[in-house]
Design a protein around this ligand. Structure first.
Ligand SMILES: Cc1ncc(COP(=O)(O)O)c(C=O)c1O
Length: 403
C-alpha cells in the first residue's frame, strides 16, 4: 500500500505545521467510494446500507455520509448528539448497542429517533412503556445471538457476548408487553472483518435461514433482516479488497431464497477504513537481543487496534529510500509492552526523524485509542475535502485536558 502521489505534498506541509502525530482522512476518496456504493444499491431498493458511526464519528466524515444519502447507526448519547449536530435527520438514524437504559431509550424517542434495535427483553419492555407514555410507536428490530459451531471474533463469533438475546429468550417474549411497538425484523451480527465473500455468504445464509424460522415462531412478519457490518478490508499486502457488486448479489439471493423482504447493513470498517492514514514520527531505533526496534511518537494511544486484535496496520516510510526492506518490531511511546504495532517491513535505513504512514486507519482509529495514558499529545485530525486540506483538530497537549 502506498500513499497516492497527490497526497504527498499536502502531507509534507501538514508535518511541518503540526510537528505531532495526526490522522489524515481523504474525504474526496470516501465520497467517491460512497457514491459507488449508492449506485450499486440503486439496483435493489430493498437493500439498505447505513453507516455505523462508531467507526469514525468525525463531523466532516458524517457529513459526507449524509450528503451521499446514508442513514447513521448510533450506539451512545454522545454519538446521537454528534450525528444530530452534523445535520442528520432523526428519521435517518438507527439505534443499536447493548447498554440502553430507560433514560437513554426515552432520550432516543425525545430526539424522534424511532428505529431501535432492542438487545434485551428489558430494553424491549422498557421501550414499550416509554412509547406508551409518549404516545409514539417506534419500529423495533430484535437482536439475536445465534450459536455457531465454533470460533471467536471481535463481535463474539460463538463466544457469549452482551449483544442481543438468544433464540430461547426471544421465544419467551410476552407480546402483551410490546403492543406499542412495531417489530419489523431481526438483527444478527457476530463476525467482524471478513474478506472472503464465500465466507460472508455462508455466515449470512445460516443467519437468514435461522432468523426466518425464528420470525415465524415469534409471529413476526419477515420484513427486515439486519446483518450489521463485518465486511473486511485488507490489512496485509497479500489480501484483496471486497467488491461490493459481489456482496449485492449475495444479499439479493438471500432475500429471495429465505423470504426476507428487506436486508439492512450498517457498515463501519468497509465504508471508511481505507480513507484514513495515521502519520507519526520515528523517535528512536535500537537493537535489543538481536531484534531491530523502532520507537515512535504515537502508538496504541492513537491506534489501539493492533494491541486488541494482534493485527497490524500496514505501514510505509514517508520518503524515498533505495535500501532493501527489513523487519522492525515497532512500538509506540507508552510504558507497556502492549504498545506494539507489530513486526513490519520497512527500508533498512529507517530511523529517528523519519515519518511513517500507517494505512487503513479511517475506521476504529482516533476514538478507539487510549489517548490519555502517559499524557502524550492527542492526535490531530486532518481532512482533504474537495481538494482542500483542513485541520479540524490540532494536536492537544496534556495541559489542555489534565486537571
Ligand atoms: C451493531 C453494529 N453494527 C455494525 C458495526 C460495524 O461493523 P463493521 O465495522 O464490521 O462494518 C458494528 C461494529 O462494532 C456494530 O456494533
Amino acid at each position: 500500500m502506498k500513499i497516492a502521489a497527490h497526497h504527498r505534498q499536502d502531507l509534507e506541509k501538514i508535518i511541518k505545521r503540526l510537528d505531532s502525530s495526526f490522522f489524515y482522512y481523504d474525504l474526496d476518496g470516501l465520497k467517491e467510494h460512497l457514491e459507488g456504493l449508492s449506485s450499486i444499491m440503486k439496483e435493489d431498493p430493498d437493500i439498505l446500507l447505513w453507516y455505523a458511526c462508531k467507526a469514525n464519528p468525525l463531523s466532516a466524515v458524517l457529513k459526507v455520509f449524509r450528503n451521499c444519502g446514508f442513514g447513521i447507526d448510533v450506539a451512545s448519547k454522545g454519538e446521537i448528539d454528534q450525528v444530530l449536530r452534523a445535520g442528520i435527520k432523526p428519521e435517518n438514524i438507527l439505534s443499536t448497542g447493548p447498554s440502553k437504559s430507560r433514560k437513554y431509550l426515552r432520550e432516543l424517542l425525545e430526539e424522534d429517533i424511532k428505529i431501535v434495535v432492542c438487545e434485551s427483553l428489558n430494553q424491549l419492555y422498557w421501550l414499550n412503556d416509554i412509547a406508551a407514555t409518549m404516545n409514539v410507536r417506534p419500529q423495533v428490530l430484535l437482536r439475536v445471538q445465534l450459536e455457531w459451531e465454533e470460533g471467536a471474533s471481535v463481535l463474539g463469533g460463538n463466544e457469549i457476548t452482551p449483544f442481543g438475546e438468544d433464540e430461547k429468550t426471544w421465544l419467551s417474549m410476552e407480546k402483551s408487553k410490546a403492543t406499542n411497538l412495531d417489530i419489523i425484523g431481526l438483527h444478527v451480527f457476530q463476525w467482524g472483518n471478513i474478506l472472503e465473500v464465500d465466507r460472508l455468504k455462508k455466515i449470512w445464509r445460516k443467519i437468514a435461514e435461522q432468523t426466518h424460522l425464528l420470525a415465524e415462531k415469534l409471529g413476526i412478519e419477515p420484513q427486515v433482516l439486519d446483518l450489521g457490518g463485518g465486511i473486511g478490508i485488507p490489512y496485509n499486502s497479500n489480501e484483496k479488497a471486497v467488491d461490493f457488486n459481489e456482496i449485492l448479489e449475495v444479499l439479493k439471493d438471500l432475500k429471495s431464497e429465505f423470504g426476507w423482504e428487506k436486508i439492512w447493513m450498517e457498515l463501519g470498517r468497509y465504508a471508511v477504513g481505507p480513507y484514513g492514514h495515521y502519520m507519526t514520527q520515528v523517535i528512536d531505533r535500537k537493537n535489543v537481543r538481536g531484534k531491530e526496534l523502532l520507537i515512535l511518537d504515537g502508538g496504541v494511544n492513537h491506534i489501539v487496534r493492533p494491541a486488541i486484535t494482534g493485527q497490524s496496520f500496514p505501514v510505509e516510510l514517508f520518503r524515498e529510500s533505495s535500501k532493501e526492506n527489513q523487519s522492525f518490531q515497532i512500538h509506540g511511546p507508552l510504558c507497556t509492552a502492549m504498545d506494539n504495532l507489530g513486526t513490519l517491513e520497512l527500508p533498512a535505513d529507517t530511523g529517528p526523524g523519519d515519518w511513517l504512514c500507517f494505512h487503513q486507519c479511517g475506521a476504529y482509529g482516533f476514538t478507539e485509542g487510549m489517548p490519555f495514558f502517559l499524557c502524550h499529545n492527542l492526535a490531530a485530525e486532518v481532512i482533504l475535502y474537495e481538494g482542500n486540506v483542513m485541520i479540524p483538530r490540532t494536536p492537544r497537549k496534556a495541559e489542555e485536558w489534565l486537571v
